[in-house]
Write a protein that binds this ligand. Structure first.
Ligand code: SAM
Length: 231
């Protein structure tokens, strides 16, 4: 895992301290170990964990400077992309959000304390936290949670004006972006750019959305409504 991680970091033009690399590998190994008894991820080979979880998460370091920023990871699952980012940038003020209690308890009570990593935890549905944690975060990031139109409604309310929403997407990014253009506008966002990264021979894309106006109070709607009738 260490070799794949080091080679990938070089490819991305990222330089991290040996101690940070060692902590990233420890976290990757902890995911593999826990996955034997708890469903955390379909990716279980060490090389793939290095590429598809660790390096993919770290691409966000190439998109925005994160030092000292507050970042919310919506639908973090086993901690991606939030935990690798916090390991790489200790000054990041990280909040992890997911509705799956078992995964969140593992992160909060085992995985993060073992790495001496501090984070805040919001266990529940994103749409339910959007009123209490509205317009609060410098950056919101999310990977593999929903299509972009629905994801924007889940995530943009949390971003403060002037902040950014980073949506980690695959090959379908351009099509999803077309579908989501009305939602981005209605929710107070403005599409800025898409960045592409080669991860394990596959192009991954990060859609960068700037929050330029407040999100109207009626968003996000209830989950069923969002899914049934995306904006
Ligand atoms: N982001 C992680 C990754 O890329 O490895 C996990 C992706 S997993 C496929 C999707 C996660 O999003 C699940 O853990 C699920 O519980 C969470 N999720 C989906 N919809 C959500 C919502 N509305 N609020 C909170 N969590 C949600």
């Amino acid at each position: 895992m260490d070799q794949t991680l080091s080679a990938g970091l070089e490819r991305l033009g990222l330089s991290l301290d040996p101690q940070v690399r060692a902590d990233l590998v420890r976290f990757g190994q902890a995911v593999i170990e826990k996955n034997k008894v708890m469903n955390l991820t379909a990716i279980t080979q060490p090389d793939q964990v290095a590429e598809l979880h660790l390096l993919d998460s770290l691409t966000l370091l190439k998109v925005l400077p994160l030092e000292g920023k507050s970042l919310l990871d919506v639908g973090t699952g086993a901690g991606f992309p939030g935990v690798p980012l916090k390991l790489a940038v200790p000054s990041l003020r990280l909040t992890l959000l997911d509705s799956l209690q078992k995964r969140m308890r593992w992160l909060q009570e085992e995985a993060l304390p073992e790495l001496s990593v501090e984070a805040r935890f919001l266990t529940g549905r994103a749409e339910d936290f959007a009123q209490t944690h509205r317009e609060r975060f410098d950056v919101v990031a999310s990977r593999a949670v929903a299509r972009l139109d629905v994801l924007c409604e889940l995530c943009l309310p949390f971003v403060h004006q002037g902040g950014y929403f980073l949506a980690m997407k695959g090959a379908g990014a351009a099509e999803e972006l077309k579908e989501a253009s009305r939602a981005i506008q209605l929710l107070g966002g403005s599409f800025e750019r898409t960045e592409a990264f080669d991860i394990g021979g596959v192009t991954h894309r990060v859609v960068v959305i700037h929050k330029t106006r407040l999100t109207p109070a009626q968003y996000p709607r209830a989950w069923a409504r969002m899914k049934q009738k995306p904006l």
